[in-house]
Structure formats: structure tokens, C-alpha cells
Design a protein around this ligand. Structure first.
Ligand SMILES: Nc1ncnc2c1ncn2[C@@H]1O[C@H](COP(=O)(O)OP(=O)(O)O)[C@@H](O)[C@H]1O
Ligand SMILES: [Mg+2]
Length: 242
């Protein structure tokens, strides 16, 4: 980690969908180089938060400040250019495209050359442990989908990477591999990561800090050890797995 330099400030964010408050006055800072986990039960507001940070949704109230610049009203593609990339909880890629092209095509707008983009895409896929770049989208396993999704986000050369439940649906050994990958991305590329997850045990080993959301409220913030021992967190997860 690079000390205490702040890369992102989420300031008093509220998001309402009609009568439903998906996020209620949520504030936190993200420090450059850290892996920050945001956990919470289903419906807690995690994806809504990712959508607000990446710019797909505007908050009802509050501000988002990235590297000192207020980006609350900045469009998603501009935020991507500024260095904010995200993955989707349900991976978005084209089923009848080869994996390599799902990464290469978005790269062509920058590189202006498909062969060059394919070369870079192959490098990225290798780096995320994706073994068969010529596989068709429709034939991918879940773990391959997740890796492809991460490669697509890395193609944007982000400084801040938002991962929305990358472990969902994976088997325990696949989760271990994914965790190593996330850790190596954070270290080797010096990327700050916001890791969204609903089960805290998946992120305990690799995150530096944890924020806990429940029904749109931030109910806890601290080290993984502190958060799992927090009575409010235990209550929020009653009947579920922490
Ligand atoms: N576009 C939307 N329109 C209406 N309600 C929404 C929308 N997106 C999310 N919600 C609601 O907001 C709450 C938080 O959703 P979400 O952020 O997806 O939670 P999580 O990712 O933590 O499971 C849920 O009650 C969900 O039904
Ligand atoms: Mg979600």
C-alpha cells in the first residue's frame, strides 16, 4: 500500500428507487493501493454502490470524488478513461465471439489496429490465467467467464478496479485461485481494488479493510477480524453465512 493517500471519497451517498432507499447516507474513503471489501447480504445496496462509483447511476444525494475531482456527474465512459473500471455481477460478453475478441474489440478504439489489440488481449488473458483464448463465449465455464470479465476490465488500464461479486457461483478451489489472481493484480499493477462480496469469508484473507452494508446503511467498517466480531454484523447476517 502507498500509505494513506486517498483515491476515492464516497460522501453521504443516498440512492432512492421510488420509495425504496437502496443506499442511505453512505460515506467512506478508499486508500490508494488497498483492497477494500464491501460486503452485505443480498439487496444491501452493493451493486447500486458500484453503479454509482462507475457512473451508470447518479445518486439521489451525495458526491463521489476521485483523485480530488468531483465525478458525481461525470459520464461512465469518461470515468473509465480517468481510470475507473468495473466488472459485472453477471458477466457481459458476446456469446458468439471468441474470448480473445471480447477483450480485443474494446481495445481497438485505442490501439486502432485489430492485430495489435489481439496481441494485447492474448497477453491480458494469459495474465489472468485464461488458458484458451480462442474458445467461443458460449462455451466458457463460469470461472473462465470471471477471468474474461477481469481481463476486459484490465484492458482499460484502470487505477481503481471495482469487482462485483467475482466469486459468486465458484467452487472453493476456484475461489482460492481467484483470490490469488486479485492479490497479484493489486500488487503487480498497483491497482486499488473495491471487492464486492456477500460472504465475508471469501475476502477475509486478501482485503485490508471491510465496509459492511445492510439495507443501504453502512453498519460497520474496519479490519476483517473486527468486522466478523461486530455484533451488528452478526445480527445482519443472522440465518446466513458471514
Ligand atoms: N434499478 C433499480 N430499480 C429499482 N430497485 C432497484 C434497482 N436496482 C436495485 N434496486 C433495489 O435496491 C436494493 C439494493 O439492490 P442491489 O444494489 O442490487 O443490492 P446487492 O448488490 O447488495 O444485492 C434492492 O432492494 C434492489 O431490489
Ligand atoms: Mg449485487
Amino acid at each position: 500500500m502507498e500509505g494513506d493517500e486517498t483515491i476515492l471519497e464516497v460522501i453521504n451517498i443516498t440512492k432512492k428507487f421510488g420509495g425504496l432507499t437502496a443506499l442511505n447516507n453512505v460515506s467512506f474513503d478508499v486508500r490508494k493501493g488497498e483492497i477494500l471489501a464491501v460486503i452485505g447480504p443480498n439487496g444491501a445496496g452493493k451493486t447500486t454502490l458500484v453503479n454509482i462509483i462507475s457512473g451508470i447511476l447518479r445518486p439521489t444525494a451525495g458526491r463521489v470524488v476521485y483523485k480530488g475531482i468531483d465525478i458525481t456527474n461525470t459520464r461512465p465512459n469518461k470515468r473509465a478513461k480517468m481510470g475507473i473500471a468495473r466488472t459485472f455481477q453477471v458477466p457481459i460478453y458476446i456469446k458468439n465471439l471468441r474470448a480473445i475478441d471480447s477483450v480485443a474489440i474494446p481495445l481497438t478504439w485505442k490501439l486502432k489496429d485489430l492485430d495489435l489489440a489481439r496481441k494485447k488481449a492474448a497477453d491480458l488473458l494469459e495474465r489472468v490465467g485464461f488458458d484458451n483464448p480462442y474458445k467461443m463465449g458460449k462455451d466458457l465455464t463460469l470461472t473462465e467467464e470471471k477471468r474474461l470479465e477481469i481481463a476486459r476490465a484490465l484492458a482499460l488500464e484502470p487505477e481503481l478496479l471495482l469487482l462485483d461479486e467475482p466469486a459468486a457461483g465458484l467452487r472453493p478451489n476456484e475461489i482460492d485461485e481467484l483470490e490469488s489472481l486479485i492479490l497479484s493484480i493489486a500488487k503487480q499493477r498497483n491497482i486499488t481494488i473495491i471487492l464486492i462480496e456477500h460472504i465475508i469469508k471469501f475476502v477475509m484473507k486478501i482485503c485490508h479493510r471491510v465496509i459492511v452494508l445492510n439495507f443501504g446503511n453502512k453498519i460497520a467498517e474496519g479490519s476483517p477480524e473486527d468486522v466478523v466480531a461486530n455484533p451488528d454484523v452478526i445480527t445482519a447476517y443472522l440465518g446466513g453465512i458471514i
